[in-house]
Design a protein around this ligand. Structure first.
Ligand code: HEC
Ligand code: HEC
Ligand code: HEC
Length: 478
């Protein structure tokens, strides 16, 4: 219907002026929108030009790599060059990059993809990277592969989503990327097409990643710092590059890019708190020795401090346990050199708690409703002891102490509730670690009660969780 403002002598003054104002406002808004759209298009064109202009000269590895990295990126096995050595080196590097974790949904067909990764913008299914020519990357040239790893661009020139950590892989040398390719060429080709992505509009528009890249992506190989030791450079190359520790441990900005100024200072990942691993004494891991870090990454246990559960248990099982001692020490050296980030904790996560027991006090007492102490005795004490001290100390295969354990001493109880919901599963050379999951046995209210009991008795009593929070954690896709 057409509105006849302007010449309506029969309209009374107020209606007239109101509708006129509305029209003016609309017109102004239209103008604003048009101006904005024009500015946006110009900007987009400029970016496209910049990208095109930028795309060519990167034949990577052109910048002379310092001795540190040349030396450092040769694995301790001494493997180098071509053929079986190259493949072996590629296997080692593929483990350091943990390709298998994201590109495997069914353990029976490794690297065939299909794993659902949920992001705030929708679900992405990882592609098949086996050498199958039709459904995998069998027809990709090495140049295609390098471009994907270094620039986040797919075979047809399409933008890849940053759920693929190319923002880190861009730092990996050409040599190392080629070794990974050589190894992937040798894995069993699997004929399997993963489900299509379920990204919401506008995020299903891949070209939009141009903007994401502009704010969050710095293309380029790792540049060693000549002022630092070869060990430090190797550690930096792994942590900031292949091993992509920051994907979980670094907080994100609203575009889901990493806030590099807050590097490795802790973030929430699929409901789990990937803790602050900067060397801050109380907020981070400043109190850990190099050996603690090495032991944690190779076995999942830093005795008297922490055990790896959830996503970190997967990192240890699929990736870091395979790294040699030299590389693990380099990681420790690098982590120790980071800027310590203070998150306000007054005592370190691993220093809370003392043995306690309510077993005697509970005897003969009538219990109404949900009771944390009782739930602890019934569900946890058989392994962790009613005093919370565990069995077998930190030996692998032991039931760990809940005292001086980063999960019970953390400033939030997320990971404790997650450990109870999902249990612990970690496979390493020396142990197959298993704590049962309680998500089927216990209700949200029961899990909240036992969590709060454990933090109050054995950990940081200020860390509590509500029934609603447990419900949210339970609903978080893993
Ligand atoms: C954190 C999860 C994650 C890890 C780790 C990971 N990828 Fe991926 N990768 C993805 C996702 C997600 C995509 C799909 C992105 C998209 O659809 O835009 C992808 C895409 C790719 C592609 C493009 C394939 C295609 O068909 O377009 C290649 C090649 C690739 N990854 C190789 C690797 C290699 C090699 C490693 C190990 C060094 C690795 N990825 C580790 C998540 C991961
Ligand atoms: C897939 C996500 C993810 C990646 C990648 C990852 N971490 Fe973690 N990390 C976590 C989570 C989650 C925890 C907490 C585990 C727990 O509570 O049992 C954790 C815990 C840790 C801890 C123990 C901290 C403490 O106080 O308990 C260290 C040390 C650590 N990670 C180091 C690393 C390093 C080094 C890398 C890279 C080689 C890395 N992580 C990569 C998710 C990740
Ligand atoms: C059948 C034995 C068993 C039972 C029952 C059990 N646990 Fe565990 N728990 C384990 C094992 C094994 C580990 C992993 C040890 C390791 O990481 O090396 C573990 C680990 C933990 C951790 C440390 C996780 C981390 O990331 O640091 C906590 C906290 C914990 N359990 C709490 C509980 C609570 C609370 C209950 C009861 C709801 C419970 N456990 C029941 C065996 C058990």
């Amino acid at each position: 219907m057409k509105r006849s403002d302007g010449q309506g002598g029969n309209l009374d003054a107020t209606v007239f002026s109101a509708s006129r104002h509305a029209a003016l406002r609309t017109r102004r808004r239209v103008w604003k929108m048009a101006a904005l759209a024009a500015a946006f298009s110009l900007f987009a064109l400029y970016l496209a030009w910049l990208e095109a202009y930028d795309a060519e000269p990167h034949h990577s590895d052109e910048s002379p790599l310092g001795e540190a990295v040349a030396q450092a990126s040769a694995p301790a096995s001494g493997a180098s060059g071509r053929g079986p050595d190259l493949v072996k080196r590629g296997e080692y590097l593929a483990r350091a990059g943990d390709c298998i974790a994201c590109h495997t949904s069914d353990k029976g067909r490794p690297f065939a993809g299909g794993l659902a990764i949920s992001t705030p913008f929708g679900t992405i299914y990882t592609p098949n990277i086996t050498p199958d020519p039709d459904t995998g990357i069998g027809r990709w040239t090495d140049a295609d592969f390098l471009r994907a790893m270094h620039q986040g661009i797919g075979k047809e020139g399409e933008r890849l989503y940053p759920a693929f950590p190319y923002a880190e892989y861009t730092k990996v040398t050409d040599q190392d990327v080629q070794a990974i390719r050589a190894y992937l060429n040798t894995v069993v080709p699997v004929h399997y097409t993963p489900p299509p992505n379920e990204m919401r509009f506008p995020f299903n528009q891949r070209w939009l990643m141009v903007f994401w890249n502009m704010f969050n992506f710095d293309e380029g190989r790792f540049v060693p710092d000549p002022k630092q030791s070869a060990e430090w450079n190797r550690g930096a190359y792994l942590v900031e590059g292949l091993a992509h520790c920051g994907e979980c441990h670094t907080p994100r900005n609203f575009t889901q890019g990493l806030q590099t100024s807050e590097r490795l200072s802790g973030a929430i990942q699929a409901g789990w708190h990937a803790y602050n691993i900067t060397p801050h004494k109380t907020s981070g891991i400043g109190g850990w020795s190099d050996q603690d870090i090495v032991s944690y990454l190779s076995t999942g246990i830093a005795q008297g401090r922490a055990n790896a559960a959830g996503p970190m248990a997967e990192v240890v099982s699929d990736s870091t346990q395979y790294l040699n001692g030299e590389d693990l020490r380099s990681i420790a050296v690098y982590l120790r050199s980071l800027k310590p980030v203070d998150r306000g904790e007054r005592r370190s996560r691993a220093e809370w708690g003392a043995p306690a027991s309510d077993a005697v006090a509970l005897r003969g007492v009538r219990i109404d409703g949900v009771n944390g102490a009782q739930l602890f005795l019934a569900n946890c004490a058989s392994c962790h002891q009613w005093t919370g001290e565990g069995v077998g100390a930190g030996a692998s295969g032991a039931y760990p102490s809940l005292i001086h354990n980063s999960v019970t001493g953390a400033g939030d109880a997320n990971n404790l509730a997650m450990v109870i919901l999902h249990g612990v599963h970690r496979t390493t050379k020396d142990a197959d670690v298993l704590m049962p999951a309680f998500d089927r046995e216990l209700t949200d209210a029961q899990i909240a009660a036992v969590t709060n009991y454990v933090t109050s008795r054995f950990g940081n009593p200020q860390s509590t969780v509500s029934v609603e929070q447990v419900g949210q954690l339970r609903a978080t896709p893993q």
